[in-house]
Design a protein around this ligand. Structure first.
Ligand code: PRP
Ligand code: MN
Ligand code: MG
Length: 196
């Protein structure tokens, strides 16, 4: 834990080594279940660390049958307007870039499913571009009464209803530079609150 976050956290929920072991296993399963080239699609910003490590393990992974899978990499920034009644998401990709999804096997890589709103809307948008298949890998799924019931195809860990940070998950853009997944404390919320 870096000094600047030492007094801002109440506990380490998932140590970095445990995350890495789980990501390695997920990579193996994904390769085993793949049916052809994959477009691995990172949901920025929170998904970037899981995406980077997952892609690395897929690259290193050779299953017992020697199965490998060619990857192409894509990055989307999803802007969610959850305050609005429509709750629509806006993709950072152009229409042209989205059209490239047609006929492809897409694997969306996300850090966390909280209410599930972001993912349900993202899937609705992507499916309009006629991909061959769309699967979702999320490192975390939160147990929350606000869940819309969405469950991803691949899940790293199911976590309690707490505000977690680290491994690219942020609080006001901070804590992405933390290796472990941790629970933030009240002092941390004040220390890294948005300042005007
Ligand atoms: C967070 C997280 C997921 C989404 C989950 O992203 O990374 O993308 O919220 O929430 P939901 O299931 O309730 O929709 P955020 O919008 O904070 O952007 P970021 O990834 O850039 O931090
Ligand atoms: Mn996100
Ligand atoms: Mg965020």
């Amino acid at each position: 834990i870096p000094d600047h976050y030492e007094d801002a956290l109440s506990s380490v929920l998932i140590p970095h080594g445990v995350i890495m072991d789980r990501v390695e296993k997920l990579a193996k399963v994904i390769v085993q279940e793949s049916t052809g080239p994959l477009v691995v699609c990172c949901v920025l910003k929170g998904g970037h660390q899981f995406f980077a490590d997952l892609v690395n393990y897929i690259k290193k992974n050779v299953t017992r049958g020697g199965k490998t899978v060619p990857l192409s990499l894509e990055f989307i920034k999803v802007k969610s307007y959850s305050g609005e009644t429509s709750g629509e998401v806006k993709l950072s990709l152009t229409e042209e870039e989205c059209k490239d999804f047609a006929g492809k096997n897409i694997l969306i890589v996300e850090d966390i499913i909280d209410t599930g709103k972001t993912m349900v809307q993202l899937l609705t948008k992507l499916k309009q571009y006629s991909p061959e298949s769309v699967k979702v890998a999320s490192l975390l799924i939160k147990k929350t009464p606000l869940s819309n019931g969405y469950i991803p195809d691949y899940v790293g860990f199911s976590i309690p209803n707490a505000f977690v940070v680290g491994y690219a998950l942020d609080y006001n853009e901070y804590f992405r530079d933390l290796d472990h997944i941790c629970v933030i404390n009240d002092h941390g919320k004040q220390k890294y609150a948005v300042k005007n």
